[in-house]
Design a binder for this molecule. Structure first.
Ligand code: FES
Length: 136
């Protein structure tokens, strides 16, 4: 791939993109977890330590059955979630549950109790801001 953005002479591949999306569970997602890891300017946690948490999250989600089916969850490594204190920081949407101090052990609890069980891990929650899906 070249380094241009959306080159006009490259048509959008409307046959491949839906297949990629479907393979990722896009269309069936119920939650999306973002984790601050591997930041360009690590402020809330060390680069190596946050990457270990990210790798653990990927492994736990892959082994949990949460990347398909009724509880389908998407994951994204965020460079920085702008909180930059007491990290790694994570947020789960659409619930809008913000977590601090996300170690591997906390990831285990978030996966089991929140993503699978639907109940946030209250002792690590520092903010709540559910996305407004109904314009209310
Ligand atoms: S560096 Fe983690 S939230 Fe900013």
């Amino acid at each position: 791939m070249n380094d241009t953005l959306n080159p006009k002479d490259t048509p959008v591949d409307t046959t491949t993109l839906p297949v990629i999306a479907a393979n990722l569970g896009i269309g069936k997602l119920v939650r999306h977890i973002f984790l601050c890891a591997d930041a360009t300017k690590p402020k809330c946690a060390g680069k190596e330590a946050s990457n270990e948490v990210w790798e653990h999250l990927k492994k736990r989600l892959a082994g949990s059955g949460l990347m398909a089916g009724d509880q389908c969850t998407f994951r994204t490594k965020a460079n920085c979630l702008r909180v930059c204190e007491h990290g790694p920081i994570a947020v789960v949407y659409p619930d809008g549950i913000w977590y601090h101090s996300v170690t591997k052990e906390v990831v285990d609890r978030i996966v089991d109790e929140h993503l699978a069980g639907g109940k946030p891990v209250a002792e690590y929650v520092f903010a709540v801001n559910p996305l407004n899906r109904n314009g209310e």
